[in-house]
Structures are given as structure tokens and as C-alpha cells.
Design a protein around this ligand. Structure first.
Ligand code: AMP
Length: 224
């Protein structure tokens, strides 16, 4: 099962992605998480990406596209993958489409979480990351995933914030990119929506991101 997952930063994409990953037993490939891992390990890729990420800009396509296409060629992706955070602009969508075609692969499902920009922004600012597991959702503004006594509600580990989650200018920049329907992230989602509409065997599923995590998960399950 090859799945693409779209949603603005703050729409609960990571949380729902963890559910999908368990359901389909596919690797959950998050472009942002790959960059953060490289930054924390001090790799050359991390050094190149850091300044862009701190500003809320996209890391240039000549770094990002090969990084993701190489990741999809790894052994654990043989039976499918869940791609989250990529493509982020129309060029990435076209390059992904071309690479899949060249490899004789196709997309099965494209999911788009729809959420107002203002709500998404508040959710980002409340997000807390578990230091042990990136897939443990915690948010100080969402009751269903409120941390317990300031620690991860799943495993009790320490929580941290992402620097780019607390910087309003960076958040606005990230949302400018996401909500851009000309050549930004929504343009790349709509690129696949058109392919789905033209009968290429792709299912395009939309989810309302406004309700809580459980409700969104239920809508997701009912539509899969
Ligand atoms: P995320 O964790 O998805 O919010 O990503 C964090 C940051 O990583 C983004 O704000 C970008 O700077 C960078 N990034 C993640 N995915 C991409 C992508 N597909 N293209 C370019 N930059 C990306």
C-alpha cells in the first residue's frame, strides 16, 4: 500500500499517520523527521537543511527530492510506504510521480486533512514532542492528548518543543507554503487529486481535521 498524506502543520497528520502505519504495517516516512534526525546527528545533510527549517522555509528541492526518493528505495519500503510531509510543492509532486512511474509503482491512497489555518496555528503552538518516540502525540491545547504531569502521556518520557513550533513568523511561512494552491503543498495535493479523478487507480480521501483526534481517526478508518 503506497500512501501520501497531506494536511497543514498542526492538523494532526503525525498522529493519524501513526494509526495508518499500524494498520498497514508500512514505514511512516516523515521528511521533517528525517531532517531533524540528521540535524541531531550532526550530518552534512542536517547542516545544509537547518537554516531553512529554522526559518520555516522549504529545504531546496535538490536536497529534499533525492533524499526522499532514495529512502523509498530502501528494503523496508518494498511492500509499501506512508509518505508524510512530501511532496510539499508542485515540483516535488511531479518528480515523485515521474519516479514512481519509472519504477513501475503507483499510488494507492492520497489523504488530505482539511483544517482552517487559524486552528492549525494554535495546535502547532501547543504541540509537545516525546523525546523517546516521535509517534507519541502530546498537545497542551488538546484534551484527548494532553501530557500527563508535564510528561509524555504514552510513555512518561520528557517532552520538548520544536523551535520552529514556537516561532509565529516561521509558522506563518510554513502555512503560506501549505495553503498555496498555485505551486505549494495544496497544489501538489491537487495534482494527485486530478490524477485520482482521471481514473488512475488512486483513491483521494478528505478528512475534516476540526474534531478531536479520535473523531478524525474514526472518519479515517470509515473511509479506508
Ligand atoms: P515538518 O516536520 O513536516 O513540519 O517539517 C519541518 C521542516 O522540514 C519544514 O518546515 C521544512 O523546512 C523541512 N521540510 C520537511 N519536508 C520538506 C519537503 N518535502 N520539502 C522541503 N522541506 C521540507
Amino acid at each position: 500500500m503506497n500512501i501520501l498524506f497531506f494536511g497543514p502543520n498542526g492538523s494532526g497528520k503525525g498522529t493519524q499517520g501513526a494509526i495508518l502505519k499500524d494498520k498497514y504495517k508500512t514505514p511512516h516516512i516523515e521528511s521533517g523527521a528525517i531532517f531533524r534526525e540528521n540535524i541531531s546527528k550532526g550530518t552534512e545533510l542536517g547542516a545544509k537543511a537547518k537554516a531553512y527549517i529554522d526559518r520555516g522555509d522549504l529545504v531546496p528541492d535538490d536536497i529534499t527530492i533525492p533524499m526522499i526518493l532514495d529512502r523509498l528505495k530502501q528494503a523496508d519500503c518494498k511492500n509499501g510506504w506512508l509518505l508524510d510531509g512530501f511532496p510539499r510543492n508542485k515540483n516535488q509532486a511531479i518528480k515523485l510521480d515521474e519516479a514512481l512511474k519509472a519504477a513501475g509503482l503507483g499510488l494507492d491512497i492520497v489523504i488530505e486533512i482539511i483544517l482552517d489555518r487559524e486552528i492549525a496555528k494554535n495546535r502547532i503552538m501547543g504541540r509537545r514532542l516525546c523525546v523517546k518516540d516521535n509517534n507519541h502525540p502530546n498537545n497542551i491545547f488538546i484534551d484527548a492528548i494532553m501530557p500527563k504531569d508535564g510528561k509524555c502521556r504514552v510513555c512518561g518520557s520528557e517532552l520538548k518543543t520544536r523551535a520552529d513550533d514556537q516561532d509565529e513568523t516561521a509558522i506563518n511561512k510554513r502555512h503560506d507554503i501549505y495553503y498555496n494552491t498555485i505551486d505549494g503543498t495544496l497544489a501538489s495535493a491537487y495534482y494527485f487529486k486530478e490524477l485520482a479523478a482521471s481514473g488512475k487507480g488512486i483513491r483521494y480521501i478528505t478528512l475534516d481535521g476540526k474534531p478531536g483526534v479520535k473523531e478524525v481517526a474514526a472518519e479515517l478508518m470509515s473511509k479506508l
